[in-house]
Every structure is written in C-alpha cells, then in structure tokens.
Design a protein around this ligand. Structure first.
Ligand code: G6P
Length: 610
C-alpha cells in the first residue's frame, strides 16, 4: 500500500527510483510519480495506472536528469486514481515536493485553515495539505527541519514522508509515524524506502525509522532527529537475505514461486526450534510456570493471518486445553475486549505493518497485556513493539496473496501449541513425540503434493467462467476452507464463500444450483461422515463437488465428482497439506482468466491504513 523510494548520491536518481518502485509494486498501487532535482529546478512526472506508463513518460528516467529524487506508488484512499491525485504533491511555487504513505486524518481541518490563508488545492488528496503546510511553516522559519517538526506536531494520522526543498538541493528530508520507512546507506549514496527489496540491490545497511523520527539524507551523511529537533543515534541493521529471494527465480509468477517455497519455509520455521526432540522457543520469554498459568489466548490478525488464528484455535484448544478467542484486528480494536487474569495476546502478521493489527497490539498493551507477535518481516513495527516476537522464516513474500507466510504462521502455531500442551501436561509424551515427527515430515509431504500440479491445473481450467464457488468443511477443514476461498477471491475475482459445512442448510444452500462448484475439504477423520452428508446435500441440488481428502477416505469418490488426495498426517496438521491444492487452484483459475496473478486489482500487500 503506497510505496516510497528516495535517492541522493553519485548516480542518476530517476532510474534508481523507477527500479525501486518496481520492487515495491507488490504493495499494490494505482498511480505513480517521481520528482528529481536537476540542479536548479525540481522536475516531476506522474501518471495513473502502471509503472510502465511512468517509465515510458520519462524515457526510463532519462528525461529527468539529476542525482537527488523521490518516487511514489499510490494506492488511492482520498481521491480517485488520477494523474492529479498521484504523488508527488507540491506547493504553489513547486519548491517543496512531498511523497506520502499513510492518512492525514485531520486534513479537512488543516485544508480549511490553509484555504483561509490563501492556499489553493489542485488535488483531492489528504497529502496535498502536507505540501502547503510545509510551505506555510518554511516561509516563517526558513528552516526545513523546523518546518517539518511543526507539521508533524499539527497532523493527526499516519505518515511516511519523502520531501525535497528546492532551497536545499543537497538533502532529502523524511519522517515517519505508523507507516513503514527505512533508510539505506551506501558508498554511492543514501536512500529512503518503504521496504528493503526497493534498495537491496544497492545496499544491505539499513536503519529502521521509529515513530516520529526524522532523517535528513545528504550524499555522504544521514542524520536522525526527534520531533524536538534533537539528534538521535541509530545503528544500522545488516540485511542478511539475498536479493534473489526477492526475484522470481525462473518461475512465471512470484505466487507460484512462493507456493513452491513452502516446504523450505516450514523447515526454516520449525527445525531451529526443535532441539534433542524438544521444542524450544526462546523468543517466547515465558517460564513453564507462566505457560501453566495462562487462562486464555487471544489471537488477533487480518486476512490470511486471521485464518491461521481460526485454525490455531482448534489446535491450541485440542492440544493445550486453553480457551482461545480469535478476532479480526479491525473489530478487536474497537470492541473493548475482556481480558482474563492471565491472558496471552498473539498478534499475527506477515508484513508486521498492518495498521489494524498494530493498533490491536497497542490497545492490548494499553490494557497491560503482554503481546507475542508472530511476524515475518524482521524489524517491522509489530516485531519491534510486541513484548516478544516469534519470527516465521518464510523469507520475503512479494506476491500480494500470501501463501508461504501463511503456512509458516501455521507452523509457528503448531510449535506453540505443542510446547503449551507439553508444559501443561495435556498431551502425553508419546503423542508429543509423534506430533513432532509429523511436523518434521510436513515439508516432505508438501513436496509430494507439489510434484504434480497438472490435475489441479486441468480442473481449474474447467472453472474459469464460474460465477460462484463455495468451500465447505468442518472444524479445521472449515478454517482451511476460509483460506481457500479468500485465495480464490483475491486473485481470480470469482465470488466465493467458505461455509462451515453443517451451517449450509441454514441459508446458503439456496444458492446451490445445477453445476455450482463446491469444494469440500474432508481431512478430519471424526467429522468425515458428517461432511459426506453435507456433500450429498449439495449434490442433490445439482452441485459439482471437488473433494479434498486423504487416502483413507477413498469412498468419498462415490459422492464427489473429482477427488484430490493429500498425504496422511495427524488431524491437527492436515490443514497445512490441504491448503496447497487450494492455492494452486486459485493460481490456475487466475492464470486461465488472464489476470495479474501477483498484483490483483484493488489489493495491497501491506495495508498500512485503517
Ligand atoms: C493484506 C494481504 C493479505 C494479508 C493481510 C494481512 O490484505 O493482501 O494477504 O493476509 O493483508 O496482512 P499481514 O501482513 O498483517 O499478514
């Protein structure tokens, strides 16, 4: 959601900005722009639509010469996607240029204040107030840092900012609050960016900006300040992961590559945490006594991360006998939740920047609760603000629809539930051993499923024109259905719903007609006959049924039209295997419909606004 890149150094800025923005495309956007200082003037180009249009409009950056610049991809919030609403935004004289990620919540009030003082607005965006407000204070102080801190004190909401002042051609000013921003340092110049992949090609030395911090970049130096203009000391983090991790590596799409990286993601998340047959999660920072004392777990997340929470409820309650509540972060933050005497709050997030999840974390901490973050992006806001963080080692995930981070989150939950079950003595020693062995077998079993993706592709090709697809299952199979349905919706734009199979008859079954595709997930032995009954119910109404089950349930073929078998594991981990064919199904439907698999319309990878 909105991407920012800035560069100041020895090279031409525009190609670096365009390249960086390309690496941030995964965040989702609908317009783009860059501004470059050519020595005397700041020149700008901005267009609605894809980055390719911006590249064409600037002759791949050659049309905007200069070694200082800022760029932006915009995901529209205030004002439709258009050339005018695209960033950068500027003051009347084009002497102050701003790119912004976030939302200025009090922009209406600020706009009125500025209009009363003669400022005229050309766009519908909230960002434009920043350009005029900076102008207002700069004209009074003649000091960019003072003007910026004044603006930071006036605005409410979230921001990551890149700013050029024509009077200060040797500097880029930037600041952040609640929207991600990093600063990169290299021999050939310095950078700002929304995320590491944008600049990884140029540097691995990165500073993570904290809330209400300011960075002033020159060609050879980076200075950090707080909102009182006092200098702040920061240390750089060395990024370990390889640039190839953020490239397609021969796959047609990032999504497919990331689906295939799932066995590796599980190994990396699980193996280092199993020592001598015992689960050790040092990051948890909880004694056995504290684990025993937990009377409730609250899991809070958005999107697919929320679905891992739905699954974790079954796993935790089954293995560790702790009551679990699962909430959508956007609901939790306003519902005034009731905490137990010893509640553990777990916030799950791939990006670590999702605004609602971050707010939920802060809301919990404000009530004195300890928060454990399950996070993929190292150094992200949720990782830094949580009381303890358990990283999922899925590596950088680029495709908007999550796959490998989702699977790694499930694996993290399995580890936690097993650990809790062991400490609380709710699972026997022999079960504990068997579960650990099953967990370590999962990557191999995933590889087995991924070996032959053709049956799923062929099946998907029959459903390219479907208007509605339903996913049904019970228990853990319901949790998986939620994710299968979301994947399909996200990238194929086909309407889809996931239903607890037993609930269908209370309304949704009226939507089933001749030929409606129903995907039935049936991995849970105990619930298997119940799900079969629900399959028969929809078959009777003309549905075409694809069943997803394991080899023990071969007789499901009698009631379904197409059956896909997954290898056998225990009831808790079956979801990790069942999700793979569902991800591949969504992928091939999207591909067959000729859609942009990695960058679906209207969606953003990292949702940094409420
Ligand atoms: C966006 C992404 C989803 C993701 C959700 C939560 O909607 O497109 O794939 O599940 O945000 O993101 P998070 O980074 O917090 O896991």
């Amino acid at each position: 959601m909105c991407g920012i890149v800035g560069y100041i150094g020895d090279e031409q800025a525009a190609p670096i900005l365009l390249n960086g923005l390309t690496k941030l495309e995964y965040r989702g956007y609908d317009s783009a722009g860059i501004a470059v200082f050519d020595g005397s003037e700041i020149r700008m180009e901005k267009v609605s639509g894809r980055l390719q249009r911006l590249k064409e409009a600037t002759d791949n950056g050659k049309a905007l010469p200069g070694m200082v610049g800022i760029g932006h991809t915009r995901w529209a919030t205030h004002g439709c996607p258009s050339d005018t609403n695209a960033h950068p935004h500027f003051n009347k004289e084009h002497s102050i240029i701003v790119v912004h990620n976030g939302i200025i919540e009090n922009f209406t009030k600020l706009k009125l204040h500025l209009e009363n003082r003669g400022y005229q607005f050309v766009s519908e965006t909230d960002t434009e107030v920043l350009a005029h407000l900076l102008d207002y204070y700069y004209k009074r102080t003649r000091n960019p840092l003072a003007a910026l801190t004044k603006v930071m004190q006036k605005v409410e909401g979230s921001y990551a900012l890149g700013i050029l002042f024509r009077d200060h051609p040797d500097s880029i000013y930037s600041a952040r609050k609640d929207s991600p921003l990093i600063v990169g340092q290299s021999e050939r110049g310095n950078f700002i960016a929304s995320d590491v992949p944008a600049i990884l090609q140029y540097t691995r030395e990165v500073f993570y900006m904290e809330n209400e911090e300011i960075a002033v970049l020159t060609r050879d130096d980076i200075k950090f300040y707080n909102v009182d203009e006092e200098p702040v000391e920061k240390t750089a983090t060395h990024i370990e992961w390889d640039v190839n991790a953020a490239e397609k590596g021969g796959y047609e799409h990032f999504l497919l590559k990331e689906i295939y990286e799932q066995p590796r993601a599980i190994r990396d998340t699980v193996n280092p945490r199993i020592k001598d047959g015992q689960i050790e999660i040092e990051e948890l920072q909880m004694t056995d006594e504290e684990i025993k004392g937990i009377d409730k777990i609250m899991i809070v997340a958005c999107g697919s991360a929320y679905h891992t929470g739905v699954m974790a409820k079954y796993v935790f309650e089954g293995m560790a006998r702790v009551p679990v509540e699962v909430d959508l972060a956007s609901e939790y933050r306003y519902r005034d939740p009731i905490f137990g005497r010893n509640t553990l709050v777990i916030v799950v997030s791939q990006s670590g920047e999702t605004a609602d999840s971050l707010a939920a974390l802060r809301e919990s901490q404000a009530h004195g609760q300890k928060v454990l973050g399950i996070v993929n992006v190292v150094g992200s806001s949720i990782a830094r603000e949580a009381d303890s963080v358990m990283y999922t080692w899925a590596g950088p995930e680029i495709s908007v629809a999550t796959t490998k981070a989702y699977s790694a989150q499930l694996a993290a939950f399995y580890l936690l539930a097993l650990k809790f079950g062991r400490v609380r003595k709710t699972i026997s020693d022999s079960d504990y051993e068997a579960y650990i062995s099953d967990l370590q077998k999962l990557p191999e079993q995933m590889e087995e499923i991924l070996k032959d993706r053709q049956p799923i592709q062929r099946f998907a090709n029959r459903y390219l024109a479907a208007e509605h697809i339903f996913f049904i299952g019970r228990g853990i199979d319901y949790a998986i259905s939620l994710e299968g349905s979301l994947k399909l919706k996200e990238i194929s734009y086909i309407h889809s719903e996931a239903y607890a199979a037993g609930e269908l008859k209370h309304g949704t079954i009226s939507l089933i007609e001749d030929g409606t595709l129903v995907v039935a997930v049936a991995t849970q032995e105990k619930l298997y006959p119940k799900t079969v009954s629900n399959i028969v119910e929809v078959k009777t109404r003309g549905a075409f049924v694809m069943a997803l089950t394991n080899e023990d349930n071969k007789d499901i073929e009698k009631v379904s039209d197409f059956t896909f078998y997954i290898p056998k594991t225990n009831r808790y981990f079956a979801g990790s295997l069942a999700v793979l064919p569902l991800q591949l199904f969504a992928y091939y439907v999207s591909l067959g419909r000729g859609l942009d698999v990695d960058k679906p319309r209207n969606l953003a990878k990292s949702v940094t606004v409420e």
